[in-house]
Design a protein around this ligand. Structure first.
Ligand code: B12
Length: 206
């Protein structure tokens, strides 16, 4: 089945093949969200599990990430809606962490829901989050972390941003992050995936 083929192609890092398969899925009227949730995201999960069992190399993770990004590029126009000025959000991955795919998907989903998103990139120091926050005055700041070690750094970012605006709304996410962790470090909210981040932001901005 096509979704299985997409999953395999992401896992194996077949960048050209994935473009072809995702185009095919769209032509067959498969929902972009299903392509992401039922094929591409589980593929990243699987390659991650292989890596943690020493059954995949870092180079294979990178190839899978490139294939994932290539697929996302094809799906993107099918998500992105017009910016309707519902609010401004700054997104970034915290210092020491260069994982970007999840953050990029959160951006696509929030933009499709009508938010203006400023993506300030990855490996961002707390002070640079503070500078961006002061300059852009966003309604919400979103932090991403994929490593257990960098997730702990989120607490410092929250502390430093709240030192300049004590009511700053800061949301967090990423594989090692949980609601309990978000509560513990005083985040304003947490979402387990990009689609849920829309409801989270909607609720915070009512
Ligand atoms: C691809 C990948 C890489 C790529 C990243 C490429 C890129 N451009 O992003 C590369 C090869 C660079 C990489 C490097 C490393 N990685 Co890596 N990587 C992965 C992998 C396989 C997939 C991550 C991914 O893209 N997932 C798909 C996306 C869609 O999911 P997501 O990121 O979780 O995002 C979703 C949610 O979390 C949420 N979300 C994310 N951010 C935010 C933010 C907000 C505000 C909200 C609301 C929601 C939200 O919404 C997203 C979409 O639904 C994971 C495995 C895994 N299970 O996560 C390992 C993994 C994260 N990596 C791991 C490790 C150990 C490393 C390295 C240390 C390996 C090494 N020895 O060098 C380095 C660290 C580099 C660094 N300093 O950051 C470990 C982390 C273990 C841990 N708990 O600390 C994992 C879990 C693999 C494993 N099982 O061992 N990696």
């Amino acid at each position: 089945m096509l979704l299985d083929e997409i999953k395999r192609a992401v896992r194996e890092g077949e960048e050209d093949k994935i473009k072809e398969l995702v185009e095919q899925a769209l032509a067959q009227k498969l929902q972009p969200r299903d392509v992401l949730e039922q094929a591409m995201m589980p593929a990243m999960q699987e390659i991650g599990e292989l890596f943690s069992r020493n059954e995949a190399f870092i180079s294979e993770l990178l190839c899978a990430a490139e294939a994932m990004n290539a697929g996302i590029e094809i799906l993107k126009p099918h998500f992105t809606g017009a910016i309707r000025n519902k609010g401004r959000i700054i997104l970034g991955t915290v210092e020491g962490d260069i994982h970007t795919i999840g953050k990029n998907l959160v951006r696509i989903c929030l933009e499709s829901a009508g938010y203006e998103v400023l993506d300030i990139g990855e490996n961002i120091k707390a002070q640079d989050f503070v500078k961006a926050y002061i300059k852009e005055k966003p309604d919400i700041l979103g932090l991403s972390a994929l490593l257990s070690s960098t997730a702990t750094y989120m607490e410092s970012v929250i502390r430093e941003v709240r030192a300049v605006d004590k009511s700053a709304r800061i949301i967090i996410g990423g594989a090692p992050v949980t609601q309990a962790f978000a509560d513990k470090i005083g985040a304003s909210g947490y979402a387990a995936n990009a689609f849920d981040s829309i409801q989270l932001v909607n609720n915070l901005l009512v």
